[in-house]
Design a protein around this ligand. Structure first.
Ligand SMILES: [Zn+2]
Length: 442
């Protein structure tokens, strides 16, 4: 008979298998396509990008895809180990053997489990990070990270995880365990507020911890940027340059923070490659996103989705079948009474296990809406490009984009299906053709 735990377990395995198959299929498809297009620069770009740069981009793309494939399989193995393989269960039981994480203080125990779990995962993800930073990025000349920076970054990451993670998780578990059946609603309000506060303090308190932000120096770049900001009436609280070159040669520009902390940040790598008019065109594109409220709408969307997610978590956290299907607690195997006789209260005292398990398995299901979000994001990119063409020069955006493609060694010829599924931005050709059609109209 197909019981509910068996159904959940089968659906989890089914979706995990399907997701992995789709990921591998798209990855291999893209690899083949990119290699097939390696010997010739697409006509549209052959005056701007040389064969050597084109081949570098193709090789870089293939190198990333190949490593991605390898580590994808490791991630699947790890996910199975933590869940069905009983990894979380063993870790949980192990931590219970320390008397000071007593059942009297289950919140403390839950936080501890999360910290140890995150720390182990961080260690396990190190090989991939080291390989990608010091082998691939190095080989293609992008890496500027020294081993010292790499280690310090990770130590800072751990410190941040402790400073922010502990109080956040403790509060969340407290809300889950103490606030009754509508805890998911309170948790949602709490997490939304935390997100807003984080966005507010991130540019001033957190980002400077990892990078140096200096006011944009006077000069042609700044003059042109200010002209555009005045023309479009964009309200900002500072123009900054970030020392991105400390870690990598990839270039970018972005908005960050809100209210008094709203900033425009340029990577120093961007300013050193682009002409003032090109920087203006890139900024105009970003302003387009702002103008059409893409950032705000995206945030609202994620807030609504998180309510849905928390509601579902609220349902499964109360269901014994959820824990037994995912093999995350030994108390059910020995009979619930065993755990309860140890002083645990059902189900509240098990919520920390539901939280950790839920966050692990959800991506298996949500993966399949990736193409919808990607499609929507590409639509927004076209809108922002149109705004840029209206407020700056479409041809300048084209030349900036081509320079960025070249500098970042992004492929000009992704597999169409791969790009449809994952790409948050239109592919190079689609974007340039669109901008050209706008450029000739004005
Ligand atoms: Zn954009």
């Amino acid at each position: 008979m197909l019981t509910i735990p068996l159904m959940l377990k089968s659906s989890f395995l089914f979706f995990l298998l399907l997701k992995t198959t789709v990921q591998l299929y798209l990855n291999i498809r893209n690899c083949k396509y990119v290699l097939k297009k390696r010997d010739r620069v697409p006509d549209k770009f052959n005056t701007k990008i040389g064969l050597q740069d084109h081949q570098k981009a193709q090789d870089y793309t293939v190198a990333n895809l190949t490593t991605g494939r390898f580590f994808l399989l490791i991630d699947v193995a790890l996910l199975l180990f933590w869940t069905l393989g009983g990894g979380i269960k063993y870790l949980d039981n192990y931590l219970f053997t320390f008397s000071y994480f007593s059942i009297q203080n289950i919140i403390c125990h839950g936080v501890m489990l999360y910290l140890v779990f995150s720390f182990i995962n961080m260690l396990l993800s190190l090989p991939e990070e080291i390989y990608s930073t010091f082998v691939i990025e190095e080989k293609f000349g992008f890496n500027r990270t020294t081993i010292k920076t790499f280690i310090i970054d990770h130590l800072k990451g751990i410190a941040l995880m402790l400073i922010i993670g502990i109080p956040l998780l403790a509060s969340l578990l407290w809300i889950m365990m103490k606030l009754g059946q509508f805890w998911w609603l309170y948790a949602w309000i709490f997490l939304t507020l935390v997100q807003l506060i984080m966005m507010w303090i991130y540019p001033v308190l957190i980002a400077p911890w990892f990078n140096k932000f200096s006011p944009m120096p006077d000069g042609a770049h700044k003059d042109e940027v200010i002209k555009l900001l005045n023309k479009t009436g964009f309200n900002y609280k500072g123009l900054f340059v970030m020392d991105a070159s400390k870690r990598s040669n990839h270039g970018n520009a972005y908005f960050t923070g809100w209210g008094k902390n709203r900033r425009i940040v340029f990577f120093d790598t961007l300013l050193s490659t682009l002409e003032p008019q090109e920087v203006v065109a890139v900024l105009a594109h970003e302003l387009g996103h702002f103008k059409y409220k893409h950032i705000l709408k995206g945030m609202l969307m994620s807030i609504v989705l998180s309510l849905l997610g928390l509601y579902i978590l609220g349902v499964v956290a109360n269901a014994e079948w959820f824990y037994s299907a995912m093999n995350v607690t030994s108390f059910f195997n020995d009979g619930l009474s065993n755990g309860l006789s140890n002083g645990l209260l059902w189900p509240n005292h098990f919520y920390y296990l539901a939280l950790i398990t839920f966050s692990l398995i959800v991506p298996c299901y949500t993966f399949f809406i990736t193409p919808i979000f990607a499609w929507h994001s590409r639509k927004n990119e076209f809108m922002a490009d149109r705004f840029a063409a209206e407020n700056a020069d479409a041809n300048m955006l084209i030349s900036a984009l081509i320079k960025m493609y070249k500098e970042n060694a992004s492929t000009l010829t992704p597999d169409p299906l791969y790009a449809k599924f994952y790409y948050s931005h239109p592919d190079a050709l689609a974007r340039v053709e669109f901008l050209e059609s706008l450029g000739t109209r004005t």
